[in-house]
Design a protein around this ligand. Structure first.
Ligand code: APR
Ligand code: PHB
Length: 396
């Protein structure tokens, strides 16, 4: 097989890249190890930055998002039993976020790609990358564990295969630096059958730990609580989860979450990770393959999409103008935005969680920081502009 760009992984990064390339008339093949059903059903986060929303519109992929998604112009920070609104739309000249689940984005991107005749091979195994330091790299794979090995010859490989995929580890260890930070807490996330408890997201700091109220639809809500990173979901019967949500989210004026049957629950760890550079020869990493953020800033999907934008522009320039300027600067352009998103996600995580090592002094500093951030227009604006999404800086 031969194509221009071999894309490994059909997550937001890989699928978005295949759409952007197709718009420029560039061929790609996407290889995905899981089934279509599995990628369309995995529950992930669901906050799209303004730039991600705009891009989905540009690509005419926004119909279902506009029907089912919800535009939010503000979020609430809650601490010491009181809510403080961050009016993002007003503070950023009209920018908002869209609450629309990642797996719904995946459904839209896959359906449109399949309908356009794009090639996505699901359920592949044994994906390996070859000849990365030549201008004819190849990817080998099997269509099933028993099937024979096939090769795709291409001009570029896009490693969009998430944190555990084979792409990043194909970059020799001596040419990459990996930056890691593991947080001592995890998030226990639930899906609840109930009407929304709040019109906007609530990020809550409480002595018992962080809590977050999000939403999915008028009938299904998404909520999270901070738990120990090592905790087991078996320790969390539904009533214990509700009791924590009630205690942490309680306000002076008697606010309580609307309860209902919990239809899904799981615990995820929290970490930060960056691989630098994001490129080696003809291999370009995008999304979680190159970086991970803790979920507090809601940046994971949006970073995957902005990497795909930069990579598509760089590959487009290569085919249209025979230039490699943007390709050469791919890593630099992406990492500049990535590190700012790492910074914001780290800041939000530090601001909103209880840390086991915090002294009484540290705790008061944290509350003073929350007070400052939510009462100064500069504090509010800082959170607002980062939350709705920073621009891609294309310059040097
Ligand atoms: N071969 C082929 N595909 C693979 C392989 C492999 N060996 N390993 C992993 N994959 C696939 C995964 O099954 C997954 O569908 O690569 C895809 C990577 O998708 P994501 O993990 O969603 O990563 P990305 O596209 O970078 O999007 C990042 O997803 O995990 C969330 O919070 C994260 O919101 C962020 C977003
Ligand atoms: C979600 O709705 O899943 C969600 C919202 C905000 C976050 C993280 C996750 O910061």
């Amino acid at each position: 097989m031969r194509t221009q760009v071999a894309i490994i992984g059909a997550g937001p990064a890989g699928l978005m890249l295949s759409h952007l390339l197709a718009r420029d008339g560039i061929m790609s093949i996407v290889l995905e190890s899981r089934t279509r059903q599995a990628i369309e059903e995995t529950i992930r986060a669901g906050v799209l930055e303004q730039g991600t929303v705009d891009l989905l519109h540009e690509l005419k992929l926004a119909d279902r998002m506009e029907q089912i998604g919800e535009r939010h112009g503000g979020i609430e920070f809650r601490f010491r039993g009181r809510g403080h609104r961050i009016p993002m739309r007003d503070l950023t000249g009209g920018n908002e976020v869209m609450i629309y689940a990642q797996h719904e984005v995946i459904k839209d991107l896959v359906a449109a790609r399949v309908q356009q005749g794009g090639e996505i091979v699901f359920g592949v195994s044994d994906v390996q990358l070859h000849d990365l330091d030549t201008d004819r790299p190849r990817v080998s794979f099997r269509r099933s564990p028993e099937a024979p090995t096939e090769f795709i010859a291409c001009d570029f490989i896009a490693g969009c295969d998430g944190f555990h995929g084979p792409s990043r580890s194909s970059i020799p260890e001596n040419v990459r630096t990996e930056y890691h930070k593991t947080f001592p807490m995890g998030w226990l996330g639930i899906l609840v059958e109930a009407p929304p408890s709040s019109e906007e997201l609530i990020y809550c700091n409480h002595d018992r730990g962080f809590a977050l109220v999000s939403t999915r639809s008028p009938e299904v809500q998404r909520m999270y609580i901070q738990v120990d990173a090592q905790d087991d979901i078996a320790n969390w019967p539904d009533e214990r989860i509700w009791s924590e949500l009630r205690s942490r989210l309680a306000t002076e004026d008697g606010w309580a979450p609307i309860e209902g049957p919990i239809i899904q629950k799981s615990i995820v760890g929290m970490r930060s990770f960056v691989c630098s550079p994001m490129q080696y020869g003809r291999l370009f990493l995008a999304g979680d393959a190159a970086h991970i953020v803790p979920p507090t800033g809601a940046k994971g999907l949006n970073l995957a999409v902005s990497d795909a934008r930069v990579l598509a522009a760089a590959i487009g320039e290569f085919y249209q103008d025979s230039r490699t300027d943007l390709l050469a600067r791919y890593s630099q352009i992406c990492l500049r935005r990535v590190w700012k998103a790492e910074r914001f996600s780290n800041f939000m995580t530090q601001l909103l969680h209880r840390f086991p090592e915090h002294s009484a002094f540290d705790r008061e500093i944290q509350l003073a920081e929350l007070d400052y951030m939510t009462s100064s227009v500069h504090g509010l604006s800082t959170i607002a502009e980062n939350y709705v999404g920073l621009p891609i800086e294309w310059g040097t």
